[in-house]
Design a protein around this ligand. Structure first.
Ligand SMILES: C[S@@+](CC[C@H](N)C(=O)[O-])C[C@H]1O[C@@H](n2cnc3c(N)ncnc32)[C@H](O)[C@@H]1O
Length: 244
């Protein structure tokens, strides 16, 4: 992983109570720094124990602003602030049918499930079989049994459950994969890290009956999307350090 200094693996020593305090402190920090605004996303971040989605040797770093390695090829659990960074502009809310591309640890999926509630639905696709198994087990252990998990290429979406109200892509692509735009409901939004020259930008796309409109939120740094709409063997392009 380039661009980040990952802390060394170690045997975890922090208690649940210590990690809960760190979680509450992180949420206060995210509110103060303007990342976290809505009540539903705040409640989800207070409820979901991020440490339950992290490989044992990295658990003590659960609330550090650093992506941590996961089983699989180039898979990471993103920094804590990247979840409200995606979900706030996306306007993820109660009742939404939400598609996530890139299950990773399952943490973002669990947050989404809490946010959309029982009136909504979360569908998540992961391309890497090892990562898929890790994320699936984490969700199962945390008691999430109504999330639709698909092992496959998320760039082509999942037509069977479409249309979606909101879509989030957690890996960098050259452009938002067209099938995802097709599977989006009119009035819906997609958010994704998109490579622009030598940098990556977090792009929010809105679909209306007049067409699609895109805006750039900030610079980011994500692992590359794989599969049909992936970036192939191109090297991961570097982003400026201020956003993620
Ligand atoms: C930054 S990680 C996801 C972090 C995740 N949201 C979490 O909370 O842990 C990006 C993930 O996207 C997956 N990925 C890459 N290309 C994909 C594709 N075409 N379809 C589905 N998943 C893909 C990677 O294997 C990796 O697990």
């Amino acid at each position: 992983m380039r661009g980040w200094v990952v802390p060394p693996p170690k045997t975890p020593i922090k208690s649940s109570a210590e990690l809960r305090k760190e979680r509450e402190k992180k949420v206060r920090w995210l509110i103060r720094d303007g990342y976290l605004k809505s009540e539903r996303i705040r409640d989800a971040m207070l409820k979901v124990r991020r440490e339950d989605f992290i490989p044992i040797d990295y658990k003590d770093y659960a609330y550090r602003e650093v992506p941590l390695p996961l089983p699989g090829t180039e898979a990471t659990i993103s920094c804590p602030h990247s979840y409200p960074l995606f979900y706030e502009p996306l306007g993820l809310d109660k009742g939404h049918k939400f598609l996530e591309v890139g299950l990773g640890s399952g943490y973002g999926t669990a947050l989404a499930r809490e946010i959309v509630g029982s009136d909504g639905l979360v569908v998540c696709i992961e391309i890497d079989p090892l990562t898929f198994e890790f994320g699936r087990k984490n969700l199962e252990n945390a008691g999430y049994d109504d999330i639709v998990l698909i092992k496959g290429d998320g760039g082509i979406g999942y037509l069977e459950m479409s249309p979606y109200d909101r879509i989030s892509v957690t890996a960098a692509c050259d452009k938002i994969p067209p099938p995802l735009i097709e599977q989006l409901r009119t009035g819906g939004r997609v958010i994704a890290p998109v490579v622009e020259g030598r940098i990556q930008e977090l792009v929010l796309l809105e679909k209306s009956d007049k067409g699609v409109k895109q805006k750039v939120i900030c610079r980011v740094l994500y692992v590359s999307l794989r599969g049909r709409y992936g970036m192939g063997e191109k090297p991961l392009r570097r982003a400026s350090p201020f956003c993620l």
